[in-house]
Write a protein that binds this ligand. Structure first.
Ligand code: C5J
Length: 220
């Protein structure tokens, strides 16, 4: 067991029962010309999470931890995309429309892929998810169950959307969730800060908030 410094209080975790979940570090959200930019966002704001995620991933891999990556996106025929999700926005920039990195948020297109800086290593599972949460309509739950995972270190983008939704889903399923704040980012810095405060408020209502330096110290 190791103690990880976090808020609202330090947490004791068994590293062998802890997985890192890297949420949606995809070109569509982080690079110009993708889904994020099509919604009018300044995608450069998400880049601040890349270096901390790289450091955390190296430490997790060195410690032999399970590392799971997720990608938000849909089938090319959009049959897994709710009408209410795809009909939002101008038709030329909607999910499925053609953009500079291929069809927006569509599996197999260049924009759907994970950024080169955080590319999964051979053998690391990649979960394709149609929703914001990583548990909805995916194999993540059984995968964690079969590996005996009890704790999740949840990183990625964006803090208040897919990271938060996943943490909420995981918390209700009984997982202890630790969110290293500098390994997450949002197009809205104030939402990022508030989302982190929401996780740790009320005695850690959704989980614990820490940072990459403290995770690395716990993994040493
Ligand atoms: C969004 C995500 N923001 N990965 N997706 O639509 O947070």
């Amino acid at each position: 067991m190791t103690t990880l410094d976090a808020a609202p209080e330090p947490i004791r975790i068994d590293i062998r029962r802890t997985a890192v979940v890297m949420i949606d570090m995809q070109r569509d959200f982080i690079e110009p010309g993708g889904f994020g930019e099509s919604l009018g966002n300044d995608v450069s704001l998400l880049r601040r999470a890349i270096a901390p995620c790289q450091a955390l991933l190296s430490a997790a891999r060195a410690a032999g931890m399970l590392v799971i990556h997720t990608r938000e996106g849909h089938r090319p025929d959009l049959l897994d995309a709710p009408k209410a999700k795809i009909e939002r926005g101008a038709p030329s920039v909607r999910i499925g429309a053609k953009g500079p990195m291929g069809r927006i948020l569509i599996r197999g297109e260049p924009g759907h892929d994970i950024i080169p800086e955080l590319y999964p290593q051979a053998g690391e599972p990649v979960i394709d998810k149609p929703g914001k949460g990583a548990f909805y309509a995916t194999e993540l739950g059984p995968m964690l169950h079969h590996r005996g995972i009890e704790n999740l270190i949840v990183c990625g983008v964006t803090t208040e959307v897919c990271v938060h939704t996943t943490v909420r889903e995981a918390n209700d399923r009984g997982y202890r969730c630790i969110v290293p704040g500098d390994c997450c980012a949002s197009y809205f810095p104030e939402f990022h800060e508030t989302a982190l405060r929401m996780v740790q408020a009320q005695g850690g209502i959704f989980g614990w908030v820490s940072d990459s330096a403290r995770v690395l110290a716990a993994l040493e």
